[in-house]
Design a protein around this ligand. Structure first.
Ligand code: CTP
Ligand code: MG
Length: 181
C-alpha cells in the first residue's frame, strides 16, 4: 500500500470512532452514568459522561459507518483506492469502543485529581482510539487484521491527535464545547 492508501484507509476505518466524541458533546446532558457516585473523594466519572451523550455518540458512529458503507464503492473508484468495507461487528465495535475508551479516560482523570473538563494531554487524544481498536480487535479479529495492518495503525496514531485537536478547536470556536481539547 502506498502512503495515500494507508492514510485514506486509516481515516476511513476510524471515522465511526471519531464521530462519537463530537456527537456526544451535542447529545450530552441528563443523568450522569455514575449517578453522582464518588470514590475516594472524587466522582467516579463526573458529570461529563452521561447516558444520553454516550447513546447519541454510539448511534452517530453506527449511522456514519452505515452511510460510509453505502458510498464506499464509488468513493473507492474515484480515489483509486480499495477502501475497507465495515463488517457488522466493526460497525458496532468502533463507536462503542471509542465511547468506552473516553469513559475509561474520565475514570483515570478523576483518580488523578483532575476535575471535569481538565486536560490530560495524550490521554484526551488517544483514549478513544485505544478503546475502538481494542474492541474491534476483540469483536471481529479477522476484519481488524485485514484492515489495521501495522502501517495503518501507525497512521492512525499519528493522525488522530491532529484531527482531534482540529475538530475540538472548531467545536470550541463555535461555542459547542467548553474547552478546546
Ligand atoms: N459527553 C457525554 N457523555 C459522554 C461523553 C461526552 O454526555 N460519554 C458530553 C458531556 O456534555 C461532556 C462533553 O460531551 O461535557 C464533552 O466531552 P468530554 O470532553 O469527553 O468531557 P468533559 O466534560 O471534558 O469531562 P472529562 O474531564 O471527564 O473528560
Ligand atoms: Mg474534555
Amino acid at each position: 500500500m502506498n502512503l495515500a492508501a494507508i492514510v485514506a484507509t486509516a481515516i476511513w476505518a476510524m471515522l465511526p470512532a471519531y464521530v462519537p466524541n463530537n456527537a456526544a458533546v451535542l447529545g450530552g446532558g441528563g443523568r450522569p452514568i455514575d449517578g453522582g457516585r464518588t470514590w475516594r473523594g472524587a466522582r467516579l466519572l463526573g458529570d461529563g459522561k452521561t447516558w444520553r451523550g454516550t447513546a447519541v455518540g454510539i448511534g452517530a458512529g453506527v449511522l456514519l459507518g452505515v452511510a460510509l458503507g453505502m458510498i464506499r464503492d464509488p468513493v473507492s473508484v474515484v480515489l483509486g483506492i480499495g477502501l475497507p468495507v465495515f463488517s457488522i461487528g466493526a460497525l458496532l465495535a468502533l463507536p462503542t469502543g471509542a465511547m468506552l475508551g473516553d469513559i475509561g479516560a474520565s475514570f483515570l482523570k478523576r483518580r488523578t485529581g483532575r476535575q471535569r473538563g481538565r486536560p490530560f494531554p495524550g490521554l484526551d487524544q488517544l483514549d478513544f482510539v485505544v478503546g475502538a481498536l481494542f474492541l474491534a480487535a476483540v469483536v471481529d479479529p479477522a476484519w481488524f487484521g485485514s484492515v489495521f495492518t501495522l502501517p495503518v495503525i501507525v497512521a492512525v496514531i499519528v493522525l488522530t491527535p491532529i484531527l482531534h485537536l482540529v475538530t475540538n478547536g472548531i467545536a470550541y470556536a463555535l461555542g459547542l464545547k467548553d474547552e478546546p481539547w
